[in-house]
Design a protein around this ligand. Structure first.
Ligand code: IVH
Length: 710
């Protein structure tokens, strides 16, 4: 028997990892450091290893990345796109190398060391040398089709020809000691005439160089737009644009690092493949080297770590791969990552600075988060002057005091955090921080809720809370109001132009641009006439967001994306959700008792009922994507594989309209696998898991249709 505590820890870890995946992969705006994310993943892996009853096929330990978003067409990779396992130090690297040798007794193994580029992974399908499709990684099996955007990247060739690379000598990995030799050329299937295989998936990283990134951000700031946090987010955000003209205007670059399907298979080694990619005109990192043992890999890692700040492309570690393809095949792969490769991340960058002050910052739900104000210090290319201290327990555990000299760390270019104080640097003048008893933004009393670590401001009208709530309301996963960022929100509230969600929909251009006004005499500094038009258009467009998005936008505690979808499907409208009982809510798969209680609490509050009515009165429709839920598909989980006679998104929509859920990964919880032409590996998985397999005709029957709709 597993204790309830362990089971609940595993659930919490899964939720946290999935949320971080969503923020990183879908919204391009991570909030956790790589180190924090890795720690969560490792803890979950260990729990699942020690208690296999806790493991499941849909655990984030088994699935790389996040399921693709609805913004783009989904497409299935011909070979799944795996992730990489990590090693963190010499001992773990030695274990990796020992495992490889153990699986390949008496064989010589050559390793290839590559920079681990910090960008967005994409998969390019070429047929007879022509680019057919480009997709993001998504959940590893299905990605988002970003072809229209990818073709605007200058270093993604639309046509491959083996002569092309000659014009690009500088980018062929000539210095890599493994520059291709005539022998490598013989690896290529001669019957092709050209060395470009008939069908292949080229994989690599879309990146933005640091210099190009800096100038991109300068331009954005000049135009009053919010700058990107780092080159990776800029690259990811640029490629996942709905308007490919925007992508075309961004200085994106693409580096090949691996491949998926290659038909006919033409290469004996990874290095031969990279050399060919260089010849076909792709960029390949010039820093790739061969290594034969742990010492050589360690030396490569140390050398690259030391140079990383001088390189134009952001890298966050080293990838070590077995060179021989035959050895790779014999080593095989796990669900999430191959056994023939591993990532050896760099240690997070650290710096020493002083805590000038600790202040409490107020979040969307009134939670007070202590933030350390630091003496500004450069760290990994940016100046750091703030670090979150998370909560009081953390401050007490680490014993961080105002005036302390502290070590700070920043991994993966996200929010820095305080590792701990340097105790022997203390002068005795340091002071211990305590949470204020009144909210720093509105002065109302702060309370600590029984059994929780968090302190909260109790005033629902607190301007700091409203700012955060409005920022969340406008965010990408919610109402997605482009142009309504943090600073503008703060200004609109401070100048009392807006005091709640519905006010946004009452804004006029005159008010946005006027210098005078009865309630708010000040001009809004951040807006010119064009941005005002754009903002108003974005606000107007958000009136038609679907019900699940509106539910997310309301910001109900414990209600995330998954629960919002379930609620939208089950209730179909905000008024129906408003009147739901706790029993109605808890009977739903995907809504836990915590979320149910929090939903009830939210809608019992007359202020929130008023807010919903207000939103309706300004024309926010909150229409359910669902139609009837009375079909046999209601409540069932479907997974699709192979080509269907309608676009996959359309099929997905129909299933959802019938009350079903479409998931991209197959697990024991899947009810039906729908099989189209040329199905993928999911079909055999379905057999193993005992999942019922449906043909297309069966699907239409279940959806209550005689034949596929036109
Ligand atoms: S090889 C099966 N090589 O890191 C392994 N990946 O954490 C296929 N990445 O999804 C990937 N630089 O997006 C490989 N030199 C490199 C890489 C690299 C960056 C990314 C890639 C992958 C992720 C895994």
């Amino acid at each position: 028997m597993i204790s309830e505590a362990l089971r609940s820890r595993a659930t919490t870890l899964r939720r946290q990892i999935e949320e971080h995946n969503r923020l990183y992969y879908l919204l391009d705006s991570p909030t956790a450091t790589d180190a924090e994310y890795d720690a969560l993943l490792r803890e979950l892996e260990q729990l699942e290893r020690e208690h296999p009853q806790l493991a499941s096929a849909d655990s984030p330990t088994q699935l790389p990345g996040a399921p693709p978003s609805d913004r783009f067409e989904n497409c299935e990779h011909l070979h799944p796109m795996l992730s990489l396992a990590n090693v963190f130090d010499r001992t773990e690297l030695e274990d990796f190398v020992a495992r490889v040798h153990k699986a390949l007794p008496y064989e010589t193994v050559v390793f290839i060391c590559e920079p681990k580029l910090d960008g967005l992974a994409i998969n390019l399908l070429y047929e007879n040398g022509r680019l057919i499709r480009a997709a993001t990684r998504g959940d590893g099996s299905f990605g988002e089709d970003v072809t229209a955007n990818a073709v605007t990247v200058h270093t993604i060739p639309r046509e491959l020809d083996s002569a092309r690379g000659k014009k690009h000598d500088a980018v062929i990995p000539v210095q890599m000691e493994l520059s291709y030799t005539p022998a490598d050329r013989n690896d290529v299937n001669p019957s092709l005439g050209s060395d470009v295989p008939a069908r292949m998936e080229i994989r690599g990283e879309v990146v933005i160089g640091k210099k190009a990134f800096a100038s991109l951000n300068r331009d954005r700031e000049e135009r009053g737009e919010i700058p990107f946090a780092n080159p990776r987010n800029a690259a990811a955000g640029s490629l996942r644009q709905l308007d490919s003209r925007v992508t075309a205007s961004r200085p994106l670059d693409f580096f090949v690092h691996s491949h998926g399907l290659i038909e006919p298979h033409a290469f004996a080694s990874h290095s031969a493949f990279l050399a060919a990619a260089g010849r076909w005109g792709f960029h390949v990192s010039p820093r790739i080297r061969r290594a034969r043992d742990v010492d050589a890999i360690m030396a490569y890692h140390a050398d690259l770590a030391q140079r990383r700040d001088t390189l134009d492309i952001d890298i966050d570690g080293v990838v070590v791969k077995v060179d021989s393809i035959s050895q790779q095949q014999r080593l095989g792969e796990l669900a999430r990552s191959p056994r023939w490769a591993t990532a050896f991340k760099f240690r997070p960058r650290q710096a020493v600075t002083r805590v000038r002050n600790i202040v409490a910052s107020v979040g969307r739900l009134g939670t007070l988060t202590p933030v350390a104000e630091l003496d500004p210090v450069p760290l990994g290319g940016v100046i750091v002057s703030n670090a979150s201290l998370h909560n009081m327990d953390e401050i007490e555990r680490k014993d961080i005091r105002i005036g302390d000299t502290v070590v700070i760390e920043r991994a993966g270019d996200v929010i820095p955090y305080v590792v701990g104080p340097l105790i022997d640097k203390r002068s005795g003048d340091e002071t211990i921080f305590s949470m204020p008893s009144n909210c720093p933004a509105c002065a109302s009393p702060v309370v600590r809720i029984e059994g929780e670590t968090a302190y909260r401001c109790t005033d629902r009208q607190c301007p700091a809370q409203i700012k955060q709530a409005l920022k969340h309301f406008a965010s990408k996963g919610a109402m997605d109001i482009n142009g309504l960022g943090e600073k503008l929100v703060a200004e609109l509230i401070d100048k009392r132009v807006v005091s709640g969600f519905a006010d946004l929909y009452r804004l006029s251009k005159e008010r946005l641009l006027s210098k005078e006004g009865p309630d708010a005499p000040e001009k809004i500094a951040r807006l010119g006439p064009r941005s005002a038009d754009n903002l108003l258009a974005a606000i107007a467009a958000s009136r038609s967001r679907s019900l699940d998005r509106v539910i997310i936008a309301l910001g109900i505690r414990h209600v995330g994306e998954a629960a919002a979808r379930v609620l939208a499907r089950a209730f179909g409208s905000l008024p129906a959700l408003l009147e739901s009982s706790t029993e109605d809510l808890t009977s739903l798969d995907g809504v836990g008792p915590e979320a149910a209680a929090s939903i009830r609490l939210f809608f019992e509050d007359p202020a929130n009922r008023g807010l919903v009515a207000d939103l309706e009165s300004v024309g926010v429709q909150a229409l359910a994507r669902t139609g009837t839920t009375s079909t046999a598909a209601a409540g069932k989980t479907f997974v699709l594989t192979g080509a269907l006679s309608l676009p996959r998104n359309r099929v997905k929509e129909m299933i959802q309209q019938a009350g079903g859920t479409v998931s991209s990964g197959i697990s024991a919880r899947t009810n039906y696998l729908v099989v189209g032409e040329a199905p993928g590996v999911k079909l055999s998985k379905a057999g193993k898991l005992g999942v019922e397999v449906l043909g297309e005709a069966d699907l239409w029957k279940i959806l209550g249709r005689a034949e596929p709709p036109q």
